[in-house]
Design a protein around this ligand. Structure first.
Ligand code: SF4
Length: 539
């Protein structure tokens, strides 16, 4: 088993080509109003100086096309030749118009109308040497797709395939494709399905990866690292965007750390084989948790535990092992001694591949002992620690492997921080919901309020509502769709006004911003989802 990139053809984006023949590219998106040229140029340069290979701007109206062209010209005049990308929703005419100036145009099949509109865009892009991104979002699938597939990973993949087939029919291969969702599981499953469908039809379009509305701080980093890191470890992904509700410049160091992570995955691992030497194959499309026996308060349908945070049944016996100690006799012992669990410490840098190897060995020998994964890191910096842990372990919990998580760091780090990262990884994988989940967009030229401050205020008031999902979105145009599976939504609806949602339904419109948090709390209370904050005893 050796790490290798999924082969793609090249896509030329300005002077920075993309695909498996090139390094994985990093990018970010400006969040100033595109019409505010001075602010947009200044922010674009800050993003470029932070290491972006591409910068994207929203182009919400025809009048922004001209602003986009001016921004691109001014950035170039200041000595930056970095490709600039236009992001277009709802209006194919804007896409065609901005393709006169952009290096790449992103469209969303969910709101592009008739897929055949893309032919006009293909023609202008071919003429000018401009690339296209078919950017599917979980929260904004077309009515046609929703009717046939619902908002499922299969629907997302099919939504992209419909456009890719048209591009291929018209011999246009300068296309990048993405499957984004705020639900990390959905994002990973949809991307895997798309890769499989493309392979079946002989397509090699490069992939753009990102978790939308990931939020900020630790949660945003952990969610992004789980989603992007899991796919990168399988060699999938040619450009990444870490999408945080923070200044766009803050996204780049996280993205660069994820790329550093991929650099470490090159060492080959032994192939998982059965006793006759036949290769054991991992099913990427199983999507269910490994069946384990209940052992004390671990395994079975118990959510995965966090060592040191959860109180464990005193009768559980730990059998510690790493790669070299896994053999038939240990697996037999784990199978027959019903209070034993395996505490497994990965040996290789490619933790995801190694844990799949272990999963296959246990499945093959029908061993149902629960497994606690123990990861010992050596990271002086907390951001490095959370990104490494999430990228290494997310894939396993996403694939349903792991009944417990034991994180350690050789550098001093507060235990609460380590436990919070462990719980964040499990939450990002939807393996265990132990925190309030915030689905917040990074804001863009469509946002009329300070999203970062608002999110901080909402978090301060609601972070004790464990398991509740609250969407905090900058605009009414894309926000409601993109917060997809939120229980409650706080969405900007023009200058100083907020609309509140209960799941997908509007419950109150046009609330003055200063009253909106109190109204949100009242709404949560009315629906019986509010709990008073209580001081919890230390575990
Ligand atoms: S939800 Fe609206 S404001 Fe937020 S990033 Fe998307 S388009 Fe921009």
């Amino acid at each position: 088993m050796k790490y290798r990139r999924r082969p793609t053809h090249d896509v030329i984006i300005g002077n920075v080509p993309m695909g498996s023949n090139f390094p994985i590219r990093v990018q970010s998106m400006a969040n100033k109003r595109t019409s505010d040229i001075k602010e947009s140029v200044a922010q674009c340069i800050r993003i470029l100086q932070s290491g972006a290979d591409y910068v994207r701007f929203t182009v919400p109206s025809m009048s922004d096309v001209e602003a986009f062209a001016t921004i691109k010209k001014e950035v170039l005049q200041q000595g930056y030749q970095t490709p600039i990308i236009a992001d277009v929703h709802f209006n194919p005419e804007i896409a065609v118009s901005v393709a006169q100036f952009a290096d790449k145009v992103r469209i969303n099949p969910g709101n592009f109308g008739d897929p055949l509109h893309i032919i006009k865009l293909i023609n202008i892009c071919r003429e000018r040497g401009v690339a296209i991104r078919i950017g599917v979002n979980h929260g904004s699938l077309s009515a046609k797709i929703m009717e046939k597939f619902g908002d499922t990973p299969a629907g997302m993949a099919e939504s992209a395939m419909e456009y890719l087939r048209i591009c291929r029919e018209h011999q246009f291969d300068q296309v990048v494709v993405s499957m984004k969702a705020s639900n990390v599981r959905v994002m990973i499953y949809a991307t895997r399905m798309l890769v499989k469908m493309m392979e079946a039809e002989g397509m090699k379009f490069p992939l753009h990866l990102g978790v939308t509305e990931a939020g900020e701080g630790e949660d945003g980093r952990v969610k992004s690292a789980v989603g992007i890191g899991t796919l990168l470890a399988d060699g999938i992904g040619d450009t990444i965007r870490v999408s945080l509700t923070e200044e766009p410049e803050a996204e780049l160091p996280v993205a660069v750390k994820l790329l550093d992570y991929v650099q470490r995955l090159s060492a080959a691992l032994p192939l998982p084989v059965d006793e006759t030497g036949n290769r054991l194959l991992f099913d990427l499309f199983n999507f269910s948790r490994r069946k384990t026996r209940i052992t004390g308060n671990l395994g079975g349908n118990f959510p995965p535990v966090v060592f040191g945070f959860d109180q464990l049944d005193e009768h559980i016996q730990f059998s510690h092992a790493s790669f070299d100690e896994i053999n038939d006799s240990l697996i037999h012992e784990l199978s027959v001694q019903k209070m034993k669990i395996l505490v497994y410490t990965p040996k290789y840098a490619n933790v995801q591949a190694e844990l799949r190897w272990l999963n296959l060995q246990l499945l093959h020998q029908e061993c149902d002992a629960p497994v606690m994964i123990k990861l010992n890191l050596n990271e002086p910096d907390i951001e490095d620690f959370m990104i490494r842990a999430a990228a290494d372990l997310g894939g396993s919990f996403i694939d349903g492997f792991g009944d417990g998580l034991w994180l350690t760091n050789s550098y001093p780090m507060p235990l609460e921080k380590i436990h919070s990262v462990a719980l964040g990884i499990l939450q990002a994988c939807r393996a265990r919901m132990s925190k309030t989940e915030y689905i917040s967009c990074p804001s863009c030229g469509r946002t009329h309020f300070n999203l970062m401050d608002t999110l901080a205020r909402i978090k301060a008031a609601t972070s004790h509502l464990k398991g509740l999902k609250i969407g905090v979105m900058g605009c009414i145009v894309n926000g409601p769709g993109e917060m997809a599976d939120a229980d409650y939504g706080y969405v900007g609806a023009g200058k100083g006004k907020i609309t509140l949602y209960k799941a997908k339904d509007v419950v109150k419109r046009g609330i003055p911003e200063e009253q909106a948090l109190a109204e949100l709390i009242a709404l949560i209370k009315e629906n019986g989802d509010w709990k008073e904050e209580v001081e919890s005893p230390s575990p």
